[in-house]
Design a protein around this ligand. Sequence first.
Ligand SMILES: C[S@@+](CC[C@H](N)C(=O)[O-])C[C@H]1O[C@@H](n2cnc3c(N)ncnc32)[C@H](O)[C@@H]1O
Length: 368
Amino acid sequence: MLLQEKISLYKDLIKNNLPSFALNNLDVFSGEQSGYRMRAEFGIFHQNTPNYQVLHFTHDPKTKERIFCHGHFDIATPLINSLMLALEKFCSKNYEFSHKLFQIEYLTTTTKQVIISLLFHRKLHEEQDLEKAQQLQEFLLQKNLIPTQEINIILRARKNKIIVGNNFIKEKFIVDNQEVSLYQVENSFSQPNAQINELMLNYVKKHASTKNDILELYCGVGNFTMVLAQIGRKVLATEVNKQAVEFVYKNLALNNIHNVEVGRISAEEFVQAIYKVRPFRRLEHIDLDSFNFDTVFVDPPRSGLDQKSCDMISKYPQIIYVSCNPQTLVENLQYLIEQHNYQIKHLALFDQFPQTSHCESVAILQRN
Ligand SMILES: C[S@@+](CC[C@H](N)C(=O)[O-])C[C@H]1O[C@@H](n2cnc3c(N)ncnc32)[C@H](O)[C@@H]1O
């Protein structure tokens, strides 16, 4: 879908559901139209004749039919594209290793670090498979054609895993002329479009301000947390995924940040915690009463916020809402405006997923 068409549909959605927002105040940000995806996952097809060949495929989002990539996936970074060709070559020459391979996932950074995860429908053999993974790493690093600084390989099967290198890589962003570093970890969420992510981080830094504390729900590995720490006096960052929470701590240390506390708790459980419905052992290290929140930052999955979470966040005068689904964003904003008297101060569409119908939004609301 072209950007103009996307903007027009988005404006219709806002006009029909949030009529109090003046559409000429909508900010729009776009970036590269291809080669933008920093992570991608593919199914693997095994062709047995005339020669054994391993091929990447993806699915048509509408028909769900297989689309063979032939070593090329337009929206993925050039780095992923060069890796795909090399992986097909290596795996096609190693039948014993590859014949039960069913998925490959690539995670890359603008700093040219890579994690390649290979998923198998078979038991992994500690010695042989470790050796093969090391050979694959050597093969990829030898090829000067692949412009990378670091390649990590992970083999995954039911109940076991072999790692050659690390399960994390280091990304860098410039926010308000300052460098922010971020470890991204295999199997936890990371923003797929680095260029647009940097624009979103800068948008939040530019438009959100407070002299008090910030509550963050759905923080992932701390992508926005590193910036919220510069905006608020203190931040309480929360997230449900255990591994992501471990990496929030690592990212705080990496950026030398000391005004953030972290809680492993779901957004729904946090509602119970803040209202003291029941205590949570996972929050024992945090004194919730020591915070003076006036801002809440949320970045939920596509399903958006449930009503209890919407009611809870309306305790605070400023809400920053990052969303990957305009439909649920609009429903939640409508509720917050009508039931809790908020006003949209800033609203931006970020074309995080060019060539698709998806987009990302950032909304900043204040209570009247
Ligand atoms: C869209 S991602 C955003 C992550 C982060 N803000 C970022 O920019 O990378 C949503 C995050 O919410 C987490 N999550 C999903 N359901 C959750 C829930 N019910 N409560 C808390 N976190 C949840 C996921 O693990 C994921 O890290």
